[in-house]
Design a protein around this ligand. Structure first.
Ligand SMILES: *Cc1c(COP(=O)(O)O)cnc(C)c1O
Length: 414
């Protein structure tokens, strides 16, 4: 597909160096010398684009930020120590105590706990609603909520949001729209669909190799006209908006990175850049494999859940809005916890781990691991049943994976 061909060219070209060592450079320094007192002053004033101190950014992380911003069609990006750090950065950078966040759809366990337990301790409340509950969305937006958060694909419930429609609603009510695009880099381009900020756990698909924990926030430039951040409800940010088009960089770095220090380290950024070079190739392969594998498992009678199947509630949206697939996650309803355990233990290919987007196929029982401490209401909201297994499909042959899973299923039934 032409989209992948574009990125197959762009990413390796951007990431490598053309002279000298052609691999991306790692600069593992915490501090950086300034040429003169004048230069120090200019760097601290943000007038000289040189490293200040690694908590505020490091050259290898800066390279990753440039590449991610180009990939998303954004103005800029901030690399963070993890995906959770990226989400925390957006919340703490743009909101104040007393604010609410409209959380749309299904959420990764960590994000759900952050919105449901941790942010409320600091006076920021999450309000949850289904991806298709536009009535609630509109009602909550009408009362002046500043931020809407959603995942491009619900993990693990695989609900698919209509990102353009939610973005239009956010624009109407001057709310910032933040999309966690961890499951669908390249497949979904949230900034181009009207989102204001994109967050990533780069640990997952962007790396692919599970060798580095990391995250990123990618953001748009400020608009010359009709900028929603100029709404009086964002008045706490207004002093920083004088920075012009790149003001969100100042907001995230000065209000968060400087004081919380969730900075990416150079080695993690280097490893992330290595993964990013092959992202389009891997994305195409994995999404084609997912469809093949899902069809094989479904035909064999497994209760497999995926939007590529006609029986999925968002099948039509999948066909219309996700022509390249919706990422590596597939779930299987095994009926009971015992059968789910037997299925996972019976597989020879799956690695049992709490990760997604690896080059190898992963599997995990949901209710006994990530969601073990969730109350019944939370589990119900997120679609976590006693027999639910989440898979993340890797680069292996989909036929070999189907054979392995069908053998595991057969042994689980006996
Ligand atoms: C893993 C994940 C995160 C958190 O990322 P970490 O890098 O593990 O902190 C956030 N959102 C989604 C959708 C994820 O899958």
């Amino acid at each position: 597909m032409k989209h992948y061909e574009y990125f197959n060219t762009l990413l390796p070209q951007l990431i490598g160096e053309k002279e000298g060592a052609i691999a991306p450079q790692i600069t593992p320094s915490a501090a950086f010398g300034y040429a003169s007192a004048q230069e120090a002053e200019a760097i601290f004033a943000g007038e000289a684009a040189k490293p200040l101190y690694a908590r505020m950014g490091n050259p290898t992380g800066a390279k990753l930020e440039t590449v991610l911003a180009k990939m998303e069609g954004g103005f800029g990006a901030v690399a963070t120590s993890s995906g959770m750090a990226a989400i925390a950065m957006v919340l703490t950078g743009l909101l104040e105590s007393g604010d609410e966040v409209l959380c749309v759809g299904g959420f990764f366990g960590g994000t759900y706990a952050l919105m449901n337990e941790t942010m409320p301790r600091f006076g920021i409340e999450g309000i949850f609603c289904d991806v298709d509950d536009f009535e609630t969305m509109e009602r909550v937006l009408q009362r002046g909520v500043k931020m809407v958060l959603c995942e491009s694909v619900g993990n693990p419930n695989l609900k698919l949001p209509d990102i353009r429609r939610i973005a239009l609603l956010c624009d109407r009510y001057n709310a910032l729209f933040v999309v966690d695009n961890t499951a669908t880099p390249l497949i979904v381009q949230p900034l181009k669909m009207g989102a204001d900020l994109v967050v990533y756990s780069t640990t997952k698909i962007i790396c692919g190799h599970s060798a580095a924990l990391g995250g990123a926030v990618v953001f748009r430039g400020l608009k010359a006209e009709g900028e929603k951040l100029l709404d009086p409800k964002f008045s706490a940010l207004h002093p920083l908006l004088k920075k012009g088009k790149g003001a969100l960089m100042a907001v995230l770095k000065k209000r968060v990175m400087r004081d919380f220090g969730m900075s990416a380290n150079a080695f993690a950024s280097f490893l992330t850049l290595l993964g990013l070079e092959t992202l389009p190739l891997r994305t195409k392969r994995v999404n084609e494999s997912v469809e093949k594998l899902v069809a094989l498992l479904y035909d064999a009678g497994l209760e497999v859940r995926h939007p590529s199947l006609e029986n999925h509630e968002h099948h039509l949206r999948y066909e219309a809005l996700f022509p390249d697939g919706c990422g590596p996650v597939v779930t299987i309803e095994c009926g009971t916890r015992e059968r789910a355990f037997a299925f996972l233990n019976g597989s020879k290919l799956m690695i049992q781990t709490a990760n997604i987007g690896d080059n190898r196929t992963l599997g995990l029982h949901m209710a006994s691991t990530i969601y073990r401490d969730f109350d019944e209401e939370g589990k119900k909201r997120l679609g976590i049943t006693p027999g639910l297994v989440r898979l993340s499909i890797g680069l292996e042959s989909p036929v070999a994976l189907a054979e392995d899973m069908l053998a595991a299923w057969k042994s689980a039934l006996s």
